[in-house]
Design a protein around this ligand. Structure first.
Ligand SMILES: NC(=O)C1=CN([C@@H]2O[C@H](COP(=O)(O)OP(=O)(O)OC[C@H]3O[C@@H](n4cnc5c(N)ncnc54)[C@H](O)[C@@H]3O)[C@@H](O)[C@H]2O)[C@H](O)CC1
Ligand SMILES: [K+]
Length: 545
């Protein structure tokens, strides 16, 4: 499923109206009706009535939950006795988002739900399609109040439709908008947001102050980027994307290249065989050979986790290269692994002299993963440069190897035949980009896209809803995963999975995207197997692959 910015949404809107000749008011009608249907569904759930689903609902929900399979019988959306318990306040902004709310109000009323329109601004100031909807609502006799002029008691309503600000919002909500948002949040009533929660930056997921905290967001036409990026993703509640008559085929024309990472996107878009068929004639040589370079005296486990994850991801063979001094201690830790001694210092740390042996080892393997538990050492910049310029296959770079990169201008390094996958967490990303962690988190998709483009790498920006970006501008946002995965070593496991997939012949973008998806899925599964997700440890993710 595509992800769009507000700007791209305006472009799609414009093409639909101007070139296809579909009237704006028709889009608004569809939007409002879809929003009403979701509210009716919400009412049905809590009142136990019967709901109808009028226009064919497509699809989807940004949280990955399946919302299909509704009862589609009956003309009336709610039985009267259950609807009578409902009274919704419709918060109406000045623009088209408010227009959507006015349409929704009509359909709610048709379903027997009491509505009160709460205009943020005097209704006379509405223009265009929104003014048309204002007049229709008035002609229908819907009760209306103007904020600041009429008394308003949020305790009297059973739910709130937030149709204050949509993709036309600029900056933090001002004046009466801010007051209404604060009052709606304070009411404790369930809030359904039209398109995006008012106060949310539709592109970055940044939450302005104040920002609506929605139970449900009915996103219109295309999934807005901000709804998948934290902290906004947390303010949106359950996200439902509803078609409103803008053809999806326009996406190419507008150049959409950002996607919510789903099995369909992996399979059909990226060409990944998500079921991972194996040939009956296959053998260990068929599935590639990973070299993991990592693990040092105090962090040997990081290398071990990455290597084991590569095995569980399906790599035919995995060699773990580590300092000679550590080798005896890890013999038998994972009998399926091959171990390679690269020298190193007396304490079991890596040193610059290990580069030659690593190069020799990597020449006989399909992919090299470097960084987990590596530590830092004298001459490590030249050491990494040697690997970068001297290895031919793909290179996965993580942890301390990223910190080495962050301290140098590697754009001068010789270009390499194999691709490069970088897997920073937000702190490492901050060092790579030379900005603060807070700045990294402010617009994760945008930053990942820029960095990947400028540096010609596949970038995996880890964290809740990991972003995968490629040099050609394509990006994916992953939503598998579990808070229980916030535990030491989880990143090393991801590095191993990506390397393991690369060894099996996936290209770098496929391996990064599928690896992130599987890592999250395995984490969800592992969390579910614990008595409490807090007890999840990185090794559990490997075992759940
Ligand atoms: N396909 C579509 O795009 C469709 C979208 N619909 C809905 O329309 C909105 C976007 O509508 P637009 O009129 O462009 O903007 P808004 O309604 O979001 O708000 C503009 C309105 O608000 C004022 N304003 C802007 N920023 C602030 C602020 N920070 N504080 C206070 N006031 C602000 C501004 O002056 C304007 O008056 C989209 O999200 C959908 O919900 C269509 O209905 C269907 C087609
Ligand atoms: K809104």
């Amino acid at each position: 499923m595509y992800l769009v910015t507000a700007e791209q949404m305006r472009e799609l809107d414009r093409i639909t109206i101007d070139r296809l000749g579909i009237p704006a008011v028709a889009l608004m009608e569809n939007a409002g009706r879809a929003i009403a249907e979701e509210i009716i569904e919400l009412c049905r759930k809590r009142n136990g009535g019967h709901a109808s689903r009028g226009i064919g609902r497509t699809v989807d929900n940004g949280t990955g939950q399946d919302l299909t399979g509704f009862d589609v019988s009956g003309d009336r959306a709610l039985t009267l006795d259950t609807a009578a318990a409902e009274h919704w306040f419709i918060l109406v902004g000045k623009g088209n988002n408010g227009g959507d709310g006015l349409v929704a109000a009509r359909y709610l009323r048709e379903a027997g739900i009491a509505v009160t329109l709460v205009y943020a601004v005097p209704p006379e100031s509405l223009t265009g399609e929104a003014a048309l909807q204002r007049d229709a609502a008035a002609a229908l006799g819907l009760s209306a109040a103007v904020y600041g002029q009429d008394p308003l008691d949020f305790a009297a309503c059973s739910g709130i439709l937030d149709a204050l600000l949509g993709t036309g919002a600029a900056g933090a909500p001002r004046g009466v908008y801010a007051e209404l948002i604060a009052a709606a949040n304070a009411s404790g009533k369930p809030i359904v947001s039209a398109d995006i929660p008012s106060g949310l930056n539709a592109d970055t997921g940044e939450m302005h102050a104040p920002c609506v905290h929605a139970s449900v967001t009915v996103c219109l036409a295309f999934l807005k980027r901000g709804l998948l990026q934290y902290p906004g993703a947390g303010a949106a509640g359950t996200v439902v994307v509803r078609a409103i008559g803008i053809p999806v085929s326009l996406a190419r024309e507008v150049g959409l290249q950002s996607y919510w990472l789903t099995p369909e996107v992996l399979q059909a878009g990226l060409g990944v065989d998500v079921l991972r068929h194996r040939s009956p004639e296959g053998h260990k040589g068929t599935y590639g050979h990973v070299l993991v370079a990592g693990g040092t005296l105090r962090m040997s486990g990081a290398g071990l986790l990455a290597a084991r994850a590569a095995l569980r991801a399906g790599s035919g063979l995995v060699t773990w290269a580590l300092p000679q001094k550590l080798l005896p201690a890890v013999i038998g830790a994972a009998p399926e692994l091959m171990l390679a001694d690269v020298g190193g210092d007396e304490q079991g740390n890596w040193n610059a002299g290990t580069a030659a042996e690593l190069l020799r080892l990597s020449a006989e393997r399909d992919v090299t993963a470097v960084g987990p538990g590596l530590g830092r050492f004298q001459g490590d910049t030249d050491w990494l440069r040697t690997l970068w310029e001297g290895t031919e296959g793909p290179l996965v770079i993580d942890a301390d190897a990223l910190n080495i990169l962050a301290e140098t201008d590697y754009s001068h390094w010789a270009s390499r035949p194999g691709s490069v996958v970088l897997t920073p967490h937000p702190g490492e990303m901050a060092r790579l980009a030379g900005i603060s962690t807070a700045e990294v988190q402010r617009d994760r998709i945008g930053l990942a896209e820029r960095y990947a483009r400028e540096h010609g790498v596949i970038l995996v920006l880890k964290g809740a809803h990991t972003v995968i970006a490629a040099p050609d501008g394509v990006s994916y946002v992953n939503t598998t995963g579990h808070p229980g995965m916030g535990t030491g070593g989880a990143g090393d496991v991801l590095t191993g999975i990506i390397a393991g997939l690369l060894a099996q012949g996936l290209n770098a973008l496929q391996a990064a995207a599928f690896g992130v998806y599987l890592h999250g899925l395995a984490g969800e599964r592992a969390a579910g197997l614990r008595n409490h997700p807090a007890s999840l440890i990185a090794g559990d993710i490997i075992e759940s692959l």
